[in-house]
Design a protein around this ligand. Structure first.
Ligand SMILES: [Fe+2]
Ligand SMILES: [Fe+2]
Length: 481
């Protein structure tokens, strides 16, 4: 079989020859109804009978892998797609550096591997749950379509992890696969595993921030797992990254379009001070200080996803050859980090200091630094929009000590500039730095759905280019009435 192309003749599309893997096929077919129930209960609210112009993967060739067509979401062909196997691939890091990559789970690392796959798998349905109410307030059909594209692909990413669990982890794998459908974002009894995935995504600005900042954490995690010595995991993650790029695009361009609209409205009204929040809000657009607050929130929630800066779990996963560094194969060193150090920001005697730690235990910090650098690129584009419009206002990433619940700074308070402050000051200033109830209410007041073809809500600009080279006034969703 041609591994590049996806077999659509079976109930579960795949390029892993499922039709000859009866046991796994049976397990996945057994899991399928539960997935569909989950999608019905926790997937997008409404629009399930609407025709959505979605891309579906038909190949794993990066040069051409997706086909666009109108699909009802429940009919989306969720499938198992792995990047092609690289011949003679070796483990690119850790104690097994240079040995052939594993095609089966190495017994001694089974528990660690399973846990990493479950944690990644848990985030995928979580985001669908978080975003399920947003369809009702979409600013355009174009945005509605993008939301649903992200949602069905996160659903597919769940399938990707479930395939690994069911194929390689026997009965425990099947139990974990069931649990992935049992937990719910924000649920008091059975929450999702990671903090940011239990937060609400109440409005479209949150959605854009989430896809920019939190999906980007996903990108970093997938990159590290794509380096894994466990080859099926590596191949799965490599293909997921192809889809993930669109999610971050939705976030970056979404925020760009909000900023564009805001500065245009400010200019048209002759407003020279971008911090005159009341005046800007009166125009029905989102003011820049509120944009900064939303950014502060989503960036810091996403930083927490990287875990503790210094972590023996991270060291163990690296030593074992299970989870590598961002772009591991492009790094010029011994890939074992035996005597290396890495600077870690820590709280030392009440002061934030850089401390050299063994590079092995500082891998979370390193990945988080790579993430921050990646985040900064979009910031440049956003700030360009503001400065081009003639406004002296800069969006910035807050200091890593600000608003943290995990790691070195979880027990202290700091300003976005990284100045340590006491509880009283924090409580007094919190609403200057993070979205307040008032800010949330204002944004909510703008969230009125726009469903006319080619129309856009007044707080956001139309996109520069449409999806699949279609124009902005294409009927991206045919809403069933
Ligand atoms: Fe995903
Ligand atoms: Fe994503």
């Amino acid at each position: 079989m041609n591994i590049m192309n996806v077999d659509y003749s079976t109930k579960i599309p795949n390029n892993v020859n499922l039709s000859e893997d009866r046991q796994v096929l049976k397990a996945l077919e057994g899991w399928h109804p539960g997935y569909m129930n989950w999608w019905g209960d926790m997937g997008p609210e409404g629009f399930q009978q609407s025709l959505v112009y979605l891309r579906t993967a038909y190949s794993v060739d990066p040069r051409g892998w997706a086909k666009f067509d109108y699909v009802k979401m429940p009919d989306y062909r969720w499938g198992i797609l792995l990047a092609p196997q690289e011949e003679n691939r070796v483990i690119p890091f850790g104690e097994n550096f240079g040995k052939p990559a594993w095609q089966e789970v190495p017994g001694e690392h089974r528990a660690m591997l399973r846990r990493l796959i479950v944690i990644q798998g848990d985030t995928e349905p979580a985001s669908v749950e978080q975003q399920r109410h947003l369809g009702k307030t979409a600013p355009s059909l174009y945005d509605l379509r993008n939301l649903f594209q992200v949602n069905v692909e996160e659903g597919r990413h769940l399938w990707a992890m479930v395939y690994l669990l069911q194929k390689y982890f026997g009965r425990d794998g099947r139990e974990e696969a069931d649990d992935l459908l049992r937990r719910r974002s924000g649920d008091a009894d059975a929450p999702r595993m990671l903090g940011a995935f239990n937060e609400a995504t109440p409005d479209w600005l949150s959605f854009f921030m989430f896809t920019y900042f939190t999906d980007r954490d996903g990108k970093m995690q997938l990159h590290s797992l794509a380096q894994s010595g466990f080859d099926p995991l590596s191949r799965t993650c490599r293909f997921m990254l192809t889809e993930e790029a669109h999610h971050m695009f939705v976030g970056e361009t979404g925020i760009s379009r909000v900023l564009q609209r805001t500065v245009e409205a400010m200019r048209a009204a002759g407003i020279s001070d971008p911090t005159d929040v009341a005046k800007v809000r009166a125009l029905g657009v989102i003011d820049l200080p509120t944009m900064q607050k939303k950014l502060n929130l989503h960036y810091t929630l996403s930083l927490d996803l990287f875990g503790s800066e210094v972590s023996t779990n991270a060291a163990n996963a690296f030593n074992a050859g299970i989870k590598g560094r961002y772009r591991e194969t492009q790094i010029d060193d011994d890939h074992q980090l035996k005597n290396d150090t890495y600077p870690v920001l820590k709280l030392v005697d009440g002061v934030i200091k850089r401390v050299d730690e063994p590079a092995l235990t500082a891998l979370n910090m390193r990945l988080r630094d790579d993430y921050t650098q990646d985040c900064a690129k979009g910031m440049l584009r956003w700030n360009k929009i503001i400065s081009t419009a003639g406004y002296d206002f800069k969006l910035t990433l807050p200091n890593v000590a600000f608003h943290r619940q995990i790691g070195e700074f979880r027990d202290i308070h700091a300003t976005p500039d990284g100045v340590l402050i006491d509880d009283a000051t924090w409580n007094k200033r919190r609403n200057d730095w993070l979205p307040s109830t008032d800010d949330g209410d204002f944004i909510a007041s703008l969230m009125n759905p726009v469903t006319d073809i080619g129309s856009y809500a007044p707080w956001i600009s139309p996109p520069k280019v449409g999806i699949d080279n279609k124009p902005g006034d294409f009927e991206y969703v045919k809403i069933e009435t």
